[in-house]
Ligand binder design. Sequence first.
Ligand code: KG4
Ligand code: ZN
Length: 333
Amino acid sequence: ENQNLILAIETSCDETAAAVIRNGNEIVSNVVSSQIASQTRFGGVVPEIASRHHVEKITLVIEKALKDANLDPEELDAVAVTEGPGLVGALLIGINAAKAFAFAHGLPIIGVHHIAGHIYANALVQSMEFPLLALVVSGGHTELVLMKEHGHFEVIGETRDDAAGEAYDKVARVLNLPYPGGPHIDRLAHEASEGVVFPRAWLEDSYDFSFSGLKSAVINFKHNMEQRGEKIIPEQVAKGFQDSVVEVLTTKTVRAAKEFQVKQVIAAGGVSANKGLRTSLEQAFAKEEIPFYVPPLNLCTDNAAMIGAAAASMYNASVRGNLSMNGNPGMEL
Ligand code: KG4
Ligand code: ZN
């Protein structure tokens, strides 16, 4: 395979990120500027604020990624950037920065799908083998993706309503926890020995998911308790909610891995940082004797290193974009 050095940029949501990746598997530098602190008081991401934050940070973040890598732009082979999906205003800040950089230094530009990035975060920790099954669970996505080779993605199941991370964030709001709620629910869930019993949406004969019924069940449970003048125990609600999410995700991922006889299974996206989910998947696949991998926490949530890793495989397959690239908020995998 070709040797390559790629500068990658990610601005699809609320992290402004840049990284330099060598040969698709080595992180030379990895810079993430999070705006979680400034979004917390709004209880979610406000697109206009996200865009403004990206504008303020993007140049600094790119400069720091190059400085940390001790590189001149002339040593790079390509610039990669998240083309979609995401917030269109946020995407455009990264894309315009990438275009300007590519034009100024005569480099090719490669547009990367955000979810391909999450999946390729795994290439930074181990070598991907096909057929591969990826469970992608983030704030915007819940998908089971079958990969028969590099760059080939088949979505075999997806959420019919809320994404797993979205459900986490909404339930966290019900429990008056700060945004983003996933890590807080994860922590609380581990502080309870018993959880409230909530339903599981199995959607039999399908690899699809549904989390909005579970979210409603949590809201109703709180409402009913309050009507009776009783207080909920947040730890027990958190555990009950997490147990339901984790059991459905694990069961369906195992079933798909066996049906498609995959060589390895990976988890990706912000919710794959969840301790309960990681443990459950690790145990289930140890039992099935199917290799299972999940990247370290900082590569699960949004970052540019993963975009660089996905771009490297595209670069090797001679995929090149051009300077007419536009933000693609609804981009298909
Ligand atoms: O991948 P990501 O950083 O951004 C998107 O592409 O959406 O995922 C963010 C999501 C948020 O919903 C956040 O609550 C969730 O990942 N998350 C977690 C955990 N850490 C982050 N959910 C459950 N448990 C966690 N430990
Ligand atoms: Zn993401």
